[in-house]
Write a protein that binds this ligand. Structure first.
Ligand SMILES: Cc1ncc(COP(=O)(O)O)c(C=O)c1O
Length: 360
């Protein structure tokens, strides 16, 4: 039986051309070809993040980039706005790195409130930065990075802005420079539709300056060292060369599709799922204004979500049950990456036949 098409919110479906790029003949990671590859990735990644400042790639998953962002950007104290499983885990990572981590808690499913965050930062000026997740993959809550960054910087101009765009970069607009973000991290296996194993990072001059002043940043995840090497189109350790080839190939494809068109396609996928789910009585877990362009999280409303997911998989489409404490209550569709509207409609038609079988 062929593998089902992946509609889980990462890893998502990877096109055959990208898998082929991973399998290209190996090249030496200190040679000219690797330098050319990194140079090509650099320019295109800057376009994707919307920055003229600094980007780099880590051979690691997004969680490692979280950790790097903390270890290199926080000396003692930071705060994390939590509204779901991943933001809570990022906060936990801060604690595990020995940093005093203050949570600004929001309900699961809530989008983040810029004013509440700005007010918090205003009275807690000793925090070195605020971290939050643009697209909470556990709930499908999408937050307005630009408004949050703007409000927080107004309240505390020294504060660094840390953003997780792990499940949104490449599927939703990101304006690193315009929004005044200081560090943003994303994983390869989400909207970039690559295999897992790479994290992409954007950093501001301000972030790097702060990082240089922070001792004991480690080796593998030291973003200052990684940045110095990246400027020479090198990496501190042996990178996942095959994945770098795939990233370059995919960034070229994204450029060819056009960022605006790519974001538009994601929004259309979200609209189609929204209409389908509403008409079947599966309410959104989040308010309409926080609806994600990349991840649907719908209340099961009496549906046995595990059986629904299992039967769909048997028919060739893999979606997800709810995440963490939402398991059994919600199901999630990751409409991210390279899926077409036609493929999405096929998934929804298949879902309807499973629901009919299940007596809905
Ligand atoms: C929003 C978000 N942040 C971070 C992570 C962790 O990323 P990774 O699994 O690449 O370490 C995930 C994974 O699903 C995620 O959805």
């Amino acid at each position: 039986m062929p593998e089902p098409r992946l509609w889980i919110p990462g890893p998502t479906h990877v096109r055959a051309e990208i898998l082929a790029a991973c399998a290209r003949p190996m090249i030496g990671h200190r040679g000219t070809k690797m330098k050319e590859l990194i140079s090509s990735i650099d320019g295109r990644l800057k376009m994707l993040f919307g920055t003229e400042q600094h980007v780099l790639v880590l051979t690691a998953s997004g969680s490692a980039a979280w950790e790097a962002a903390i270890r290199c950007g926080v000396l003692e104290r930071w705060c994390v706005a939590t509204n779901g499983a991943f933001s809570e885990r990022w906060a936990h990572t801060g604690h595990d790195c020995g940093k005093q981590t203050i949570r600004v808690e929001h309900e699961w499913g809530d989008g983040l409130h810029p004013k509440a965050l700005a007010d918090f930062i205003h009275v807690n000026k000793s925090v070195e930065g605020l971290a939050f997740v643009q697209n909470e993959t556990s709930t499908g809550a999408f937050s307005d990075v630009g408004s949050i960054a703007h409000a927080v910087k107004k309240a505390a101009p020294e504060s660094l802005i840390f953003v997780d765009c792990v499940s949104s970069l490449g599927g939703a607009p990101f304006e690193f420079d315009n929004w005044g973000v200081d560090i943003a991290v994303a994983s390869s296996q989400k909207c970039l539709a690559l295999p897992p194993g790479l994290a992409v990072v954007a950093m501001s001059d301000r972030y790097l300056e702060r990082a240089r002043s922070i001792p004991y940043r480690g080796y593998y995840l030291d973003l200052v060292r990684a940045h110095e090497d990246w400027q020479k189109h090198q990496t501190p350790a042996t990178p996942a060369v095959g994945l770098f080839h795939a990233l370059d190939e995919q960034l070229k494809a994204i450029q060819h599709e056009g960022l605006v068109s790519r974001h538009q396609r994601h929004q259309e996928m979200s609209d189609i799922v929204n209409e389908w789910a509403n008409s079947r009585g599966f309410n959104n877990f989040v308010q309409e204004k926080h609806r994600s362009p990349t991840t649907a999280c719908r209340r099961g409303e009496g549906l046995d979500t595990a059986t629904f997911v299992k039967h769909l998989k048997f028919l060739g489409h893999e979606i997800s049950d709810g995440y963490g404490k939402l398991k059994g209550q919600t199901f999630r569709i990751g409409h991210m990456g390279d899926h077409t509207l036609g493929q999405l409609k096929a998934l929804l038609a298949c879902s309807d036949s499973v629901l009919k079988e299940m007596g809905r």
